[in-house]
Design a binder for this molecule. Structure first.
Ligand SMILES: [Cu+2]
Length: 458
């Protein structure tokens, strides 16, 4: 039994850290339930509604610095997992089935605990059988609202996707594993939607400044968006603010999974301002901005303000601890002769039989060993050499990086980066949370057929 003196001694020892202990035992978080289930959309008159996969929430809204526990209930007929693309989460919360967690079986649930460290535009998407589940629409945008509110007249979302629709006006499931497409630019759709609508309209008023959050949710299509007759600034890329908003008067290209936050200034004229996708010969109207009269005169005379910076670990180019090369080979019209796959050295014909056609440093799909091992906090540089005839959209999990690519504005952050056919780019980052982090092509069919590796942070 404790005597009084021992008790006081113990109490005084415990007094200071007690509040910290109690927080650790009962963490403060907001509980969110996310149901993954089927969804129907009436996209085609005179046809049955199209069947998609989705979550019950249209988007996930988090407040910067809050911790949430998201109970993901899998009400789909297949196992799945959710990856929080661009979020600096703990590795066991990264949602990579078979690597950071077991898949969530049909009918089962999984609790993801996430702290929203960085404000910005992100997304959650399936990371299990991704070439199928993403094509079915299993994703949702995720917005982390700035701790200091960033004022605009409207905050709008533009999630652009393409879908392959068959003659019955349903998703063309039969072609999901079409290997010819996997070996080329990936599986492309024939219908484009914005926010899962074929006729998306934004209603705006004269002179408004809009924050428009772009996300390319397609499996493999690179989208190029044009905003004629509108004043546009780039505010953020992949969730991370630019130090100064950058005036942009050219069409903007987004590889799969890339995001841009824009400021769009609505002119002082009533009418309809289409947004076009211009990557193909024929430009397509993908959305319309309908401008109506404003009940007050709205004129923005100054340039838009920058967003508050997120507290990302700083890049130090002069203190690189790990330098690695990542050689990309394979694909149609490529020169891949052989690659290691699941521990075996296979000829290209043998690889094709296993639905593999791309390699990183001579390995198709996940190697047993990581591309590199770094201690948390160490600077890493990876030189990515694209020796294929195809562009790729490289995504590093759990980190943001900087790149020397001439394709982008200088010195901006990315979590996903387009690398042109035949191009070479160095990416630099500081190793973050401990664990296994995927580095893969976000043309999901390329990932499935070989373009995936991983780094170990210890
Ligand atoms: Cu690729």
């Amino acid at each position: 039994m404790l005597n009084r003196r021992t008790f006081i001694k113990l109490a005084s020892i415990c007094l200071l850290p007690l509040s910290q202990f109690s927080q650790a035992i009962t963490p403060q978080y907001r509980a969110i339930t996310l149901k993954l289930r089927t969804e129907t959309q009436d996209w085609f008159a005179n046809y049955a509604p199209i069947q998609l996969w989705a979550s019950d929430l249209k988007q996930l809204d988090l407040q910067q610095f809050e911790t949430v526990q998201i109970e993901v209930q899998n009400q789909l007929p297949e196992a799945t997992s959710l990856h929080w693309h661009g979020m600096r989460v703990e590795n066991r919360m990264d949602g990579v089935s078979g690597m950071t967690q077991a898949p969530i079986a049909a009918g089962a649930s999984f609790n993801y605990q996430i702290t929203a460290r960085d404000a910005g535009t992100y997304w959650a998407h399936a990371h299990h059988q991704t070439y199928e589940q993403l094509a079915r629409g299993l994703y949702l945008p995720l917005i982390v609202w700035e701790a200091e509110k960033y004022v605009v007249d409207q905050d709008l979302l533009m999630v652009i996707d393409d879908w392959l629709i068959n003659a019955d006006r349903q998703l063309d499931i039969a072609s999901l594993a079409n290997f010819t497409e996997w070996a080329h630019g990936g599986r492309k759709g024939n219908v484009i939607t914005v926010n899962r609508q074929r006729d998306n309209i934004y209603h705006c008023k004269l002179g408004q400044r809009i924050r428009l959050r772009l996300l390319n949710a397609a499996n493999s299509r690179i989208m190029t968006l044009a905003f004629p007759n509108l004043k546009v600034w780039i505010l953020a890329k992949d969730g991370q603010p630019l130090p100064t908003p950058l005036k942009s008067d050219k069409p903007l290209t987004l590889g799969p999974a890339e995001r841009y936050d824009l400021i769009v200034e609505i002119p002082q004229s009533i009418g309809n301002f289409p947004i076009y996708e211009v990557s193909a010969k024929q430009k397509l109207v993908v959305s319309n901005i309908v401008v109506t009269a404003n009940d007050r005169l709205l004129q923005h005379d100054s340039e838009p303000l920058a967003l508050p910076e997120n507290r990302l670990p700083k890049i130090d180019k002069n203190n690189i601890v790990h330098r690695k090369k990542l050689l990309m080979e394979g694909g149609a019209m490529g020169n891949l002769q052989q690659a290691r796959y699941q521990g075996e050295l296979l000829s290209v014909n043998e690889l094709v039989k296993k639905q593999q056609i791309w390699s990183f440093n001579g390995v198709a799909n996940l190697a047993d060993q990581p591309l590199l091992t770094a201690k948390s906090g160490e600077m890493v540089e990876i030189e990515i050499i694209n020796q294929t005839r195809w562009p790729h959209a490289m995504h590093l999990h759990g980190h943001h990086f900087k790149a020397d690519s001439a394709f982008y504005p200088k010195n901006i952050w990315h979590d996903t980066l387009l690398i042109e056919a035949g191009g070479t780019t160095k990416i630099m980052f500081r190793a973050g949370e401990r664990g296994k982090w995927l580095l893969h092509c976000h043309m999901i069919e390329h990932q499935a057929s070989g373009m995936a590796t991983w780094i170990q942070v210890s």
